[in-house]
Design a protein around this ligand. Structure first.
Ligand SMILES: [Zn+2]
Ligand SMILES: [Zn+2]
Length: 383
């Protein structure tokens, strides 16, 4: 009997955003986290070899690395030409190599990257569907009914014993493990398990309550939880997003706004609720509400909107005035005359005027991701 396979959306995607990539091909669909994870079972259409992903790595400035340089090499950092990176990830097969800093289709659409010059024709090779008993980060789930105890054990802080997200950006996402578990199999009827846990919300501490709220808010079946979240945010927005200086309250505020952002980009469920959440999430961004993941969620929601409102948001976010620009940057190889680049530059000018900063300050904030033409831009030229 052949194992049924699922294939990644778009034929697979290269992603580097969180640093986390599960090992087993069967362990791949991270559900709503998916866009931050990427395909872990890519195969090359040219050399037919599996594609290896090297997390949190990029080629050092001034160097070029080829697929042959990394073929069969265990410690890719040993040569000094590949260095540790917070956001970067390298993908290599026998004939091709890519480095990515953002979600990229696996089969092409690459810009010119002087540090790696062999883009591969890659595609998702498919993912076996997991079956019971499941093993997930050392947690054994023998049958669907056991999922109840897994949810409770997790909310009590007991499971998993070792987090798979250690050292990655997902460590800061409280509901990440629950969402990962939910996506791992849909046979466990997770919404039912979470619904049962919501009914016992007061059994859990503040952090776990937020974990649960956020996870539940992203599940189509949890209409009640979604509406409760929306109502909580609406009340808070009307009070001007005032958060107490207390660290726990601040963390709770950030988690709540990020949950709102998650709801704004959620699929399935009540579309009217999602649209209300989207409008409120954009308002939260403009009005300087504390957040962590919100700008990334707003890119997914409507990147054009984020760029158009970059200056308005910068006014209320003195420490993150460049954020919307960084997230909507045209790709490296987009020429300055491209309409997208021109639109981005107009928005950048407007942000710089709003916060009283120079193009050099923007270039510094963007670092090596700054487009090459940015340094040549004259802020007065377009007036
Ligand atoms: Zn290849
Ligand atoms: Zn895949």
């Amino acid at each position: 009997m052949t194992t049924p396979l699922r294939t990644c959306r778009d034929g697979g995607r290269l992603v580097a955003m969180t640093g986390w990539l599960p090992r087993s091909p069967e362990d791949w669909d991270a559900g709503v986290l998916w866009q931050h994870v990427g395909c872990n079972h890519l195969v090359c259409g040219q050399c037919s070899q599996p594609v290896r992903a090297i997390a949190r790595a990029e080629v050092a400035d001034g160097h070029t690395v080829t697929a042959a340089d990394l073929r069969g090499v265990d410690d890719v950092f040993a040569s000094g030409r590949v260095i540790a990176s917070t956001l970067g990830r390298l993908y290599v097969c026998d004939c091709s190599i890519r480095q990515v800093f953002a979600p990229t289709p696996a089969d092409g659409g690459y810009g010119v990257d002087p540090r790696v010059n062999e883009p591969g024709p890659w595609r998702c090779a498919g993912h076996p569907i997991p079956s019971f008993p499941l093993r997930l980060d050392g947690v054994r789930i023998a049958r669907p009914a056991d999922a109840d105890e897994v949810v409770r054990g997790h909310l009590r802080g007991e499971l998993p014993v070792a987090s798979p997200f250690q050292g990655t950006a997902l460590e800061a996402v409280p509901e990440a493990w629950l969402l990962r578990a939910l996506a791992f199999t849909d046979e466990a009827d997770w919404p039912l398990r979470l619904g049962a846990a919501v009914a016992r919300l007061s059994d859990f501490d503040d952090l776990r309550q937020r974990t649960l709220l956020r996870a539940a808010a992203m599940l189509p079946a949890q209409t009640v939880a979604r509406e409760a979240l929306l109502e909580r945010c609406q009340t808070w927005a009307d009070a001007g997003w005032k958060a107490s200086a207390d660290a726990a309250a601040q963390a709770s505020a950030v988690a709540t706004v990020d949950a709102l952002g998650a709801l704004a980009t959620a699929t399935g469920g009540d579309e009217a609720v999602r649209l209300q959440a989207a409008a409120l999430a954009q308002r939260a961004w403009l009005e300087g509400a504390p957040c962590r993941l919100l700008p990334h969620q707003l890119v997914a929601l409507d990147a054009d909107w984020l760029l158009e409102h970059a200056a308005a948001a910068a006014k209320n976010r003195p420490d993150a005035w460049h954020r919307a620009l960084a997230l909507t940057l045209p790709s490296m190889d987009t020429p300055a005359t491209d309409p997208q680049a021109e639109r981005w530059w107009r928005a950048a000018q407007s942000v710089l005027a709003t916060v009283g900063e120079s193009p050099a300050a923007l270039q510094e904030r963007l670092g090596r991701r700054a487009p090459p033409w940015l340094s040549a831009m004259d802020p007065g030229a377009e007036a």
